[in-house]
Write a protein of this length. Structure first.
Length: 330
């Protein structure tokens, strides 16, 4: 019987036994090198055979999700007309003629006129600017404030975490609409900034709790513990290792909350404590149309429909993002 060589270059037999304790590691390296050179890897890998990240997987799923595509197109349209409403509306929303009050549709005025003789179509288009601005700016403020406070509480724990938990409990006990009635009733400004400030003031605790729980989960992972053992500073661990892996739940909740903030602004404006004339807002128009709903239902139909479609689009977008970023659904 011929003598068996410890390493057969043709068949690779005896590779692990001949290499000793390090053979398995060498074999794994060889397999990893081969996989990396493969043009197309198996499921869950990129074009070069490398494992895809959570974000690349999420983007691949979102591109195939019709809910994301439909809601994204609606939101893109709303953003465009919010920035340039004159693209589809060539009239002044504050140009009113009492002689045309409560009149229905006519050429050049497809949505009719409101109780003051203002063009409902023009006011509906310009109302998107206010709603989108309030929703986006409120969401950014809430995410920044709540994400930072919740992330610090989850990372350091101890007394900081206990104090933040009690503060969030206090804010959760404040009814949002009642708080808006009290807070905004003493503000005389007709701009969006008091409404945005109020939403940020009462909206950050939810994001803070989500960020806190996500950071607590991520900081237990091995790569964070390894970075700590190697002497990484707290700021480096937070920015390089924890924040990027803990931000996904915050993005999901913030996307869904954006639609909620838009409806909250409309509710407060409807109650007369949010935006005030001469500001153009769907909530103001709905409030003004409520007393004419029997004689001129078109005054209520169009701004209320625009508000409903906008809120639904952001909620659908948030659901699609949640499904794409949730590893349990893969």
């Amino acid at each position: 019987m011929p003598e068996q060589k410890p390493w057969d270059e043709t068949t690779g037999s005896g590779a692990i036994s001949g290499a000793g304790a390090g053979g398995a590691m060498d074999l794994a390296v060889d397999e990893g090198t081969t996989l990396e050179k493969t043009p197309g890897g198996p499921e869950g890998t990129g074009p070069a055979g490398k494992p895809r990240s959570l974000w690349s997987d999420a983007w691949r799923d979102l591109r195939r999700n019709p809910v994301f595509i439909v809601s994204g197109l609606i939101i893109l349209f709303l953003v465009v007309i919010s920035i340039w409403p004159s693209l589809i509306a060539d009239q002044d929303p504050l140009n009113c003629d009492l002689a045309k009050a409560q009149e229905g549709s006519r050429p050049g005025h497809p949505f009719g006129f409101d109780g003051q003789g203002c063009d409902v179509y023009t006011r509906t288009v310009y109302g998107a600017r206010t709603s989108v601005a309030v929703g986006v700016l409120s969401t950014l403020g809430v995410s920044l404030l709540g994400g930072v406070l919740g992330g610090l509480a989850g990372f350091f724990g101890g007394g900081w975490d206990a104090v933040l938990s009690r503060i969030t409990d206090i804010f959760f006990g404040i009814p949002v609409v009642l708080g808006g009635l009290v807070f905004l009733s003493v503000v005389a400004s007709s701009t969006v900034w008091p409404v945005i400030g109020f939403i940020v003031l009462l909206g950050w605790p939810q994001i803070a709790r989500i960020a806190r729980g996500s950071v607590i989960t991520v900081k237990q992972n091995d790569y964070v513990q390894a970075a700590r053992a190697l002497g990484a500073s707290n700021s480096r661990m937070m920015l390089r290792h924890i924040a990027a892996n803990a931000i996904a739940p915050v993005i999901v909740v913030a996307t869904i909350a954006l639609g909620t903030f838009i409806s909250l602004e409309a509710t407060l404006s409807y109650l007369g404590v949010g935006l005030k004339p001469p500001a153009v807002s769907w909530g103001i128009d709905i409030s003004a149309a409520s007393q004419y709903v029997r004689n001129a239902p078109h005054m209520l139909l169009w701004p209320a429909g625009a508000l409903a479609v906008t809120v639904l689009a952001f909620i659908m977008l948030g659901d699609a993002v949640r499904d794409a970023l949730d590893p349990k659904l893969r």
